[in-house]
Design a protein around this ligand. Structure first.
Ligand code: SF4
Length: 596
C-alpha cells in the first residue's frame, strides 16, 4: 500500500490460502479483476483468526471485506473421510496444517466484525457457495443452517462470482447500500419477505427433522440451477428467509479472455520462504475452460461452476503460454492444459431454446444428449497450436478426461495418446458395478472396457509404453460389498492396479451427500444402501486394493461374508485357497445374507 501510495483499501479480501498470484486461485483472480477496474484492493492471506489485530494491518476498507475459506472447504481441508485430522495443507507454505480455522468463513467473518464494527461483509468461495442453503454437514453429522446465517454476513456470493462482485462494487460506488442490493444474480441474502415468483423450499427446521423434506429441498433447488431460466429460491430459517437469487450467467469467451489476461505474476508472494505444494502443481498449468456438463453425483462442480462449458479463445491461451514461457523457472514443460474435465474444451449445447429450459443435471447421463456438440476440432486445434510453440518441449493433459466422450472425439484421443499423456493417463470410472455407476451418473463398465482396449491398442501401435491410472471411490452410496467384489474382479481381469483409493466423503452440496444423509435418491425416491459401518468401509477399500498383501484378510472376510468363497483364490492370487465351490446365484446370496 505504501509503495502504491494508498492510504486506504476499497475492498479487503480475506483468504484461508496462502497468496499465490495465479488465476487458479479465486481470491487472486477476483482481486486482480477489481484492481483492473480501478479499485484499491488488498489480500489478507491466512490471518491469525484468534488475533483481532491481524485483521487490521491494512486498515478498515472503504466498501467491504470479501471473505473466503480458500480453494477448499476448510473441513475437507482439515479432516480425512475417516474424520482424522490431516497433518498437511497443500495451500500453506511448507505444507503445514493449522494455518486456517475450522469453518473458516464463519471464523473470519466474526474476526472482521470484531475488528471493524459495522463494516459490510461478503462471503464466497467453495465453502460458502456450497453451504448457501441448509445442508448436511458430515463432520457435525447434522443439518446445519445456511452459512449466511451462521456467519452473519451481509451477502453471499456463490459460483465463480466475477460478475456479481463487479456489479456489487459498481453499485456500492454509485451510492447503493449493501442491504438494498437484493437482485444480483449469483448472490444470497437474508430477508424478512420473499421476492415475487421465488420458489419456497422446506424450512431449515423441517429439513432438520425430516429426510423427506431434505430430499424435496434438494430436488427443488437443483431444478432451479439453470442460469437461463432458474428462479430465485427462499428457505425460511426461524423468522428470517435465506433468499438465493438465480445463478450468474455463464461468462462469454471475451469476458474470460479478459480475466485471464490480467497481470498475474504467477508467483507466490515474496514474503514466503518455503515452497507451497499447491503452487508446484499449477505453476506451469493453463486453464482452458470452466464448467462441467458431466453432473457426477459425488461432485459439486456443477453447483459451483455450472453445467455450461465456458472456453477461452485459442489466442488468449497462446498469449498466456507466451507469458508463461518467460517465467524464470520455465524449462519447456506445460504440466496441464485443461479444466474440470479436459476434453470438454469448446463443447456447447447446440439448441439455445432447449438449453434455456433444460433441467438435466448432466448432458452426458443417462445418454449423451443429442443437443450436445461434442466436436473435438476446437480442442485438437488448441493442443496443436500450443505444442507447436517454440519454447514448448512437452505439453501434458493432466486434468481428468471423460472416456465416454472420447468415443466421439477420435482426433483428440489420438493426439492425447501420441503427444500429451506422459506415460500415465488419469481416468475416473469410479466404479464398474452398473448399479453403482447408475447412482454416480457415470458410464458403465462396457464403455470403460471399450476405452481401455482402444487406449492400449493405440499406445501399442505408437510403440508407447503407457498406462491408465484409474480412480475409484469406495463406500459410495449404493455400493455394497458384493458390488465391490465385482469391481475387484473387473480390476483383476483387466489387469488394472488402483494405487490410491478415494474413500467417499460426503462433502456439502453434492447429490451423493444428499443420498448419504437421507438414504434415498431425491429424484426417484428409491432407497439406497449407504455403507456406514466402519468394517464395511474398510473392506470396500481393501477390495479395491486386493492385490496388496495387507488387504488379504479383509478380502477373504468380505468374500466369506458375501458367500463368494470360491473367489478367494482369484482375489488373493493363491489358488490353494480356492475351495472350488460354484458361485451361488445372486438370489441365494441375498437370502443367505438376509439370514445372517
Ligand atoms: S439440452 Fe442437452 S446439451 Fe443442452 S444443456 Fe440440456 S442436456 Fe445439455
Amino acid at each position: 500500500m505504501t509503495q502504491r501510495g494508498w492510504d486506504e483499501l476499497d475492498v479487503l479480501f480475506v483468504s484461508g490460502d496462502a497468496y499465490i498470484d495465479h488465476p487458479a486461485f479465486g481470491t487472486t483472480l477476483l482481486a486482480r479483476l477489481l484492481e483492473a477496474e480501478g479499485l484499491q484492493v488488498g489480500i489478507l492471506a491466512q490471518p491469525d483468526w484468534r488475533d483481532p489485530e491481524a485483521f487490521k494491518v491494512m486498515g478498515r476498507p472503504r466498501l467491504f471485506a470479501a471473505i473466503s475459506a480458500g480453494s477448499m472447504d476448510s473441513m475437507v481441508n482439515h479432516y480425512t473421510a475417516a474424520k482424522k485430522v490431516r497433518n498437511n495443507d497443500a495451500y500453506t507454505p511448507g505444507g503445514r496444517a493449522g494455518a486456517r480455522p475450522n469453518r473458516a468463513v464463519i471464523a473470519y467473518s466474526a474476526a472482521i466484525k470484531g475488528a471493524f464494527k459495522g463494516l459490510p461483509t461478503v462471503i464466497g468461495g467453495i465453502e460458502a457457495s456450497l453451504r448457501r442453503l441448509a445442508h448436511y454437514d458430515y463432520w457435525d453429522n447434522k443439518v446445519r443452517r445456511s452459512m449466511l446465517v451462521d456467519s452473519k454476513a451481509d451477502l453471499l456470493l456463490f459460483g465463480m462470482a466475477e460478475s456479481a462482485l463487479s456489479e456489487l462494487v459498481e453499485r456500492m460506488l454509485a451510492g447503493e447500500t449493501i442491504d438494498s442490493i437484493t437482485d444480483l444474480r449469483g448472490t444470497a441474502y437474508l430477508a424478512k419477505a420473499s421476492p415475487d415468483d421465488a420458489i419456497e423450499l422446506p424450512t431449515y427446521e423441517e429439513v432438520t427433522k425430516s429426510t423427506d423434506a431434505y430430499n424435496r429441498a434438494f430436488r427443488l433447488a437443483s431444478e432451479q440451477n439453470n442460469p437461463f431460466s432458474g428462479k430465485a429460491l427462499f428457505q425460511p430459517h426461524g423468522d428470517r428467509l435465506v433468499v438465493v437469487n438465480p445463478p450468474a450467467m455463464p461468462l462469454t469467451e471475451e469476458q474470460l479472455d479478459r480475466i485471464y489476461a490480467l497481470p498475474f505474476t504467477k508467483l507466490p508472494h515474496p514474503l514466503y520462504k518455503e515452497p507451497i505444494p499447491a503452487y508446484g502443481q499449477i505453476k506451469f498449468s493453463i486453464t482452458s475452460h470452466r464448467g462441467c456438463c458431466g453432473g457426477c453425483a459425488f461432485c459439486a462442480i456443477t453447483h459451483h461452476q455450472g453445467k455450461t462449458i465456458q472456453s477461452r479463445s485459442e489466442k488468449s491461451l497462446h498469449e498466456e503460454l507466451d507469458r508463461l514461457s518467460r517465467h524464470p523457472e520455465f524449462r519447456g514443460t506445460i504440466t496441464d492444459v485443461g479444466g474440470p474435465t479436459a476434453n470438454m474444451y469448446g463443447m456447447h449445447c447446440n439448441d439455445p431454446q432447449a438449453q434455456t429450459v433444460c433441467r438435466r443435471e448432466s448432458c452426458l447421463y443417462p445418454q449423451i444428449c443429442k443437443n450436445l456438440d461434442t466436436n473435438d476440432k476446437p480442442a485438437v486445434a488448441l493442443l496443436r497450436k500450443l505444442r507447436s510453440h517454440p519454447t514448448v518441449k512437452h505439453l501434458f493433459v493432466a486434468s481428468g478426461v471423460r472416456f465416454d466422450l472420447l468415443n466421439r472425439q477420435p482426433d483428440y484421443f489420438a493426439d492425447l495418446i501420441k503427444y500429451h499423456v506422459g506415460g500415465l493417463l488419469k481416468v475416473a470410472p469410479e466404479s464398474t458395478s452398473p448399479k453403482v455407476t447408475k447412482i454416480m451418473r457415470k458410464p458403465g463398465p462396457q464403455v470403460f472396457e471399450q476405452f481401455l482396449q482402444r487406449f492400449r491398442e493405440q499406445s501399442l501401435e505408437l510403440g508407447k509404453n503407457q498406462a491408465v491410472v484409474p480412480y475409484f471411490i469406495s463406500s459410495h452410496p449404493g455400493c455394497t460389498l458384493d458390488d465391490m467384489i465385482d469391481v475387484a474382479l473387473f480390476l483383476r481381469e483387466n489387469n488394472l492396479r488402483v494405487e490410491q483409493v478415494q474413500e467417499f466423503t460426503p462433502t456439502p452440496g453434492s447429490l451423493a451427500t444428499c443420498i448419504y444423509h437421507t438414504g434415498r435418491d431425491p429424484f426417484t425416491g428409491d432407497a439406497v444402501h449407504v455403507p456406514l459401518n466402519a468394517t464395511e468401509r474398510r473392506r470396500q477399500k481393501a477390495l479395491l486394493l486386493w492385490h496388496l498383501p495387507e488387504s488379504r484378510k479383509d478380502v477373504i472376510d468380505s468374500l466369506r461374508q458375501s458367500g463368494r468363497e470360491e473367489l478367494i483364490g482369484r482375489l488373493t492370487n493363491d489358488q490353494k485357497l480356492s475351495i472350488g465351490k460354484p458361485s451361488r446365484p445372486p438370489k441365494q446370496r441375498a437370502e443367505r445374507k438376509q439370514k445372517r
